[in-house]
Ligand binder design. Structure first.
Ligand SMILES: [Zn+2]
Length: 60
């Protein structure tokens, strides 16, 4: 599990923005719509490893 202290230190490598914890499996950057996976409790802060996150937006 990622601690709040660690989450405060971590930032998106792309936009330096804040990250949001998505369960135990990843860290979401809302600006980039990318989820950085957490492997064995260690966040992988690499864009190559990140998963594209589809936000459900109702408006066009
Ligand atoms: Zn970002």
């Amino acid at each position: 599990m990622i601690s709040k202290e660690l989450l405060d230190i971590l930032a998106c490598p792309e936009c330096k923005g804040d990250l949001e914890l998505k369960g135990n499996s990843g860290l979401l950057c809302k600006k980039c719509s990318l989820i950085y996976p957490i492997k064995d409790g260690i966040p992988v802060m690499l864009k190559e490893e990140a998963i594209f996150y589809r936000q459900e937006e109702g408006k066009r």
